[in-house]
Design a protein around this ligand. Structure first.
Ligand code: SAM
Length: 222
């Protein structure tokens, strides 16, 4: 397994300025992409007004902009890509959201210590970027006050072939960043062990989109 440091340097190179510009242009033209819209559909059944959102690996920030437009009080983005963060920071400035937004560059596993506990956490196509899925989920379960919504890849043969091609492409580019398919059953078990219950699920090939809610009187195990 590659080290966390290598993974994060790799992510910064992989999610570069070219990708960030393209994602942002697409967002301005068409709005949030399909899987992000599914995440929005699941969160919008929760109260947004006055609440806070920690968007891990938030990319160009589509989820955060929706949250603030819905009267969310505050968003925090922790991302290992400096290009994505710069792009989202520029968008926040253009929309006068400076005082409601916070942008932190680096590895979530370390940088989460710098932020207060948010009401909601989102991980849109991020668990598949991280070698140790248990670590990223356990920290999020301890951190969130209420719900965690995430999208992550299915673990069937076809999805593994699709991801296998993406892995090959990063290897050919000699980038240390790797996408991962983690076992779906173990991801769900981890939430359960951390005292969370699943309240929404949708499958849009090759992704699962799920929301977990903290069961208040159950201990969170780390
Ligand atoms: C596939 S992109 C998804 C971006 C955005 N959520 C979306 O759906 O468009 C994965 C994002 O996770 C970020 N990322 C990967 N590993 C990370 C880590 N350990 N800490 C913080 N961000 C990370 C990457 O920099 C990238 O922005």
């Amino acid at each position: 397994m590659i080290s966390t440091k290598e993974h994060c340097c790799g992510a910064d190179m992989f999610f570069d300025e070219k990708k960030s510009n393209k994602k942002y242009r697409d967002y301005l033209k068409k709005g949030p992409p399909r899987i992000t819209l599914e995440i929005i559909n699941q969160i919008k059944s929760q109260k947004i007004q006055g609440k806070s959102l920690l968007d891990i690996g938030g990319g160009i920030g589509a989820l955060q902009w929706w949250f603030l437009e819905m009267d969310g009080a505050r968003t925090i983005s922790i991302d290992a890509s400096s290009s994505y963060l710069q792009q989202s920071q520029a968008h926040a400035k253009e929309n006068n959201w400076d005082s409601k937004t916070q942008f932190i560059f680096g590895d979530y596993i370390e940088e989460h210590k710098r932020v207060n506990n948010p009401d909601y956490i989102t991980l849109d196509k991020v668990v598949c970027c991280y070698p140790d899925f248990k670590e990223i989920i356990k920290i999020s379960c301890t951190k969130a006050n209420s719900c965690i919504t995430l999208s992550y890849p299915m673990d069937d043969v076809i999805s593994k072939i699709i991801f296998g091609m993406a892995i090959l492409s990063t290897k050919l580019k000699r980038n240390l960043f790797r996408p991962y398919i983690h076992p779906v059953r173990k991801i769900r078990k981890t939430f359960e062990h951390c005292g969370y219950e699943r309240i929404s699920h949708k499958a849009v090939f090759p992704w699962h989109i799920e929301t977990y809610r903290k069961i208040i009187d159950k201990k969170v195990y780390l």
